[in-house]
Design a protein around this ligand. Structure first.
Ligand code: ADP
Length: 846
């Protein structure tokens, strides 16, 4: 390459040495520099001088010439070498720079190497971490899945694959949706959507059921975290945890909790049941509450304070119960004070709306419920840890407060105890309310009974006052009826029979009133002797026949041929049939028909009284048997009386073991009354007890002393008794009665109670106190039909009581019983009917 340049250089030197001047030297210099640049070595450059120098020296013959040539050759060489020198210098400098660069390169390399080493270490640890993560990922017990935003699986670990019952390799690309049970899918989608929208960053412990490829659904808890990348969400990381075992454990725990709760609930239930039964233990609600307080502390331990609000609004402490026998003194001291007094007054009662739990107890709270510093000090000694205040309320009314204070090791009250406390409070409040209602009801009942007694008394007095004057009227009309003078005069005869009819009607009304008084005091008593119902019906029909005919009614009688034998009281049964017949006559208009039937059906006899009268509203069919109740329509007819007949009828029938009822198709369609009585097979003779054969023989040989201030009654009774064969002496007051008794020594004294000078009570007391009269049998004629007067008479010493004016049969029966017993009793033995026979038979009505 540099061959040409070298030649060029050699030629230029030759020229110069040949004396061509400066231009040749410049050319030599130029070509020598270029040659050097091109890579000509120094030795080659020096060698390039050799041939022209040798040639020039040969040419020069002189030494001087030779010297000049040499000098020229040398300066040429120097010129030629100067660029070389420069290059050499530059090279040296470059070398130095190179050297420097090299050393800096070496340090960079050094750095790089160390960085490389660091990187290698870092890489190794990253790799280790990655492997660790991978291991974790792969072998973690829970399923890890990485999905896209729509749930497409990118990565899944072995546990996830196992959970989803598929192979790990198969999972990438599948959608997680497909593994969610149908029921949870829409929620799944919604939650994914919210992650997508970035409204939430993660869902934790999100419980769903997954549906593996095969097998049944598995409950899982999902935790999904959105991987954030700006500006969107990059993907989702899922942790899927099988919670089957957790669920089972939870269930088992829940079951065991339920079991414990049940046991506790059962214990509490038992306690509440026991408390409830204690609360109804007696009518004394305060005693019951005290028992409950004691039961409460035995159940809950600690202390129980019970207080009640009095009707005047003041609060009274009932009981301070405690469980620890060692604390009796403290309890005694606490009983002297009243807990919560100020809180229960009207202004503060609103603080006690429902159960309150105070836990822990503070000194301030104790100060608030104490009635003063001493009380507060005592309360502190309880050393209570918590309390429950149970207001005993019904609706808006505070009726008391129960305060429970736990102490010692007993577990404190918790807010959850309020429910149980509320139940206990409700039981106690109900008991208090019931007691209050009971008190009210009893007071009302007493008032009603008092009013009823006043009514009965009024009815009895009225009946008495009616019957007293009626007795002589009836007696005299009967006497006058048989009088020859009156019999001859048709006007007088009609007048007397009208008098008799009306007096009888009045007597019946008065009799009903007396019967009612007896019924309400349960004093009616019936005889049970075999009696023929048909005979009773016949006699009754005969009695009303005249009345029916006078009202233009037809009477039809259909009685069986056989007697209908029942065990009963003839007079009372006659009263039953008469009541029904008289009603039929009263409530049937002219031209109507009254049919009376009797049949025997099975073991019963039935009487049926049917009429074509005004009928009964079906709504009243049963009411008409109640006292003073009338069918509205019939009342308007003014036929109705006091509304007592059917009440008495039902009572008598029931006393015979039978029943009576009414039927009617409706108003205006007539009525039918049925009476059913049990039949008997006993005959009259079989049951017959000593009954005197003839009326006159009944009283033969028996002395009666009649003490009565009413002359009319005295006259009538004397006449009636004498007609029956009794020997009768009379007296007008108690004192003369005693005189007469002493004089005549009667077998029986019959005495009025209300008399001038000496009343009946004093009379009998004197007789019982007089040795020679003490054993006399004595019958009181009491007036007012009340239990009080007959009881008083019997207590005073009478053997029996008969209400005034005395029913003839009733009085005779009593006399008979007294005299028969008297004669069968050992001589000198007194006996009393007060305790049984007379009282039972007649009731002790006056
Ligand atoms: P009283 O007839 O005195 O009112 P009762 O006790 O005998 O009292 O009868 C009660 C009510 O029953 C009567 O007021 C009447 O309304 C109704 N009653 C009784 N018997 C009949 C009957 N045969 N027909 C229609 N109503 C009757």
């Amino acid at each position: 390459m540099n061959g040409a340049l070298t030649e060029e250089y050699t030629a230029a030197i030759r020229e110069y040495l040949a004396g061509s001047g400066e231009a040749a030297l410049r050319l030599a210099y130029e070509s020598g520099r270029r040659a050097l640049v091109e890579g000509l070595g120094v030795l080659e450059l020096v060698a390039a001088h050799q041939a022209p120098l040798v040639q020039a020296l040969r040419t020069e013959t002189t030494e001087k010439g030779k010297e000049r040539v040499l000098m020229q050759a040398l300066s040429c060489l120097a010129e030629g070498l100067s660029p070389f020198e420069m290059v050499l210098r530059g090279t040296r400098e470059g070398n130095e720079r190179l050297q420097r660069s090299l050393s800096s390169l070496q340090s960079v390399e050094e750095q790089l190497r160390s960085q490389n080493e660091d990187l290698t270490i870092a890489h190794r640890s990253v790799e280790k971490e990655r492997r660790r993560y991978q291991a974790l990922f792969d072998f973690a017990p829970d399923g890890y899945v990485v999905t896209g935003l729509e749930g497409a699986i990118r990565e899944a670990n072995a546990a996830a694959a196992a959970l989803l019952r598929t192979s790990q390799e198969m999972l990438p690309g599948q959608s997680l949706h497909e593994f969610v049970v149908e029921a949870d899918r829409s929620e799944f989608r919604e939650r994914l959507h919210s992650l997508h929208l970035r409204t939430v960053d993660r869902w934790e412990d999100w419980q769903i059921h997954i549906q593996p490829r095969d097998g049944s659904p598995i409950p899982v808890a999902l935790t999904v975290v959105a991987e954030r990348a700006v500006p969107a969400v990059a993907g989702l990381r899922w942790l899927i945890r099988d919670v089957t075992a957790r669920r089972r454990l939870e269930k088992e725990r829940a079951r065991s909790l339920v079991g414990q709760a049940r046991a506790e609930a059962a214990r509490r239930f038992e306690f509440l049941a026991e408390a409830s039964s204690l609360l109804v233990n007696s009518f004394d609600v305060e005693a019951n509450l005290i028992s409950v307080a004691r039961l409460t502390v035995s159940f809950l331990e600690g202390w129980c304070f019970v207080g009640i609000i009095e009707p005047d609004g003041t609060f009274r402490q009932l009981e301070v119960a405690h469980a620890d026998p060692a604390l009796t003194d403290l309890a005694t001291a606490l009983r002297r004070h009243c807990l919560l007094r100020t809180r229960t007054n009207e202004a503060n009662a609103t603080q006690l709306l429902g159960p309150q739990v105070i836990n822990p107890l503070t000194g301030a709270w104790l100060d608030g419920i104490a009635d003063g510093p001493d009380h507060a000090e005592l309360l502190r000694q309880i050393n209570g840890s918590s309390a429950m205040v149970l207001p005993l309320r019904i609706h808006d009314r505070l009726m008391g407060v129960m305060t429970l204070i736990s102490s010692g090791a007993a577990r404190g009250y918790r807010p959850s105890d309020r429910l149980f406390g509320g139940d206990l409070a409700r039981c106690c409040a109900l008991a208090l309310e019931n007691a209050r209602l009971y008190r009210d009801v009893v007071a009302e009942r007493d008032k009603a009974e008092q009013a009823n007694r006043a009514k009965d008394e009024f009815v009895a007095i009225l009946a008495h006052e009616l019957r007293n004057p009626l007795t002589p009227i009836l007696g005299w009309t009967q006497a006058l009826k048989g009088n020859a003078l009156i019999l001859r005069d048709p006007v007088l005869r009609a007048g007397v029979s009208a008098m008799e009819r009306n007096a009888k009607m009045l007597a019946r009304l008065a009799g009903d009133c007396v019967d009612l008084a007896r019924i309400s005091e349960r004093k009616i008593r019936v005889e049970h002797k075999p009696t023929d119902l048909n005979a009773i019906i016949l006699a009754s029909v005969e009695t009303v026949r005249e009345m029916a005919i006078s009202r233009g009614l037809r009477l039809m009688l259909d009685l069986g041929s056989e007697p209908l034998q029942v065990l009963g009281d003839t007079m009372r049964l006659e009263q039953v049939v008469m009541n029904l017949l008289i009603n039929a006559v009263k409530y049937t208009e002219q031209d109507g028909l009254i049919s009376v039937r009797s049949i025997s059906s099975g073991k019963e006899a039935e009487i049926e009284v049917q009429d074509t009268g005004i009928g009964i509203d079906p709504a009243f069919l049963d009411l008409i048997f109640q006292p003073f109740r009338q069918g509205t329509a019939s009342w308007l007819t003014s036929q109705s009386g006091l509304g007592l007949g059917l009440t008495i009828t039902r009572q008598i029938v029931e006393m015979h073991g039978g029943r009576v009822w009414a039927e009617s198709p409706g108003l205006g369609l007539g009525s039918t009354f049925h009476v059913r009585l049990p039949l008997t097979t006993l005959t009259h003779e079989e049951s017959r007890v000593d009954i005197p054969i003839g009326p006159e023989s009944q009283g033969r040989g028996i002395q009666i002393l009649l003490v009565e201030d009413s002359e009319d009654i005295l006259f009538l009774m004397k006449a009636e008794l004498e007609e029956l064969g009794y020997a009768v002496t009379t007296a007008r007051d108690g004192r003369t009665g005693i005189e007469a008794a002493k004089t005549h020594r009667p077998d029986v004294i019959i005495s009025d109670i209300k008399m001038p000078i000496m009343d009946g009570y004093e009379l009998i007391r004197t007789i019982r106190a007089t040795p020679e009269l003490r054993t006399l049998s004595a019958i009181a004629l009491t007036g007012f039909g009340t239990r009080g007067s007959s009881e008083r008479a019997l207590a005073a010493g009478f053997d029996a009581c008969v209400s005034k004016p005395a029913e003839r049969e009733e009085l005779l029966a009593v006399i008979r019983e007294l005299t028969e017993r008297d004669s069968s009793a050992p001589t000198g033995t007194s006996f009393s009917l007060a305790s049984h026979s007379a009282e039972e038979r007649l009731g002790d009505e006056s």
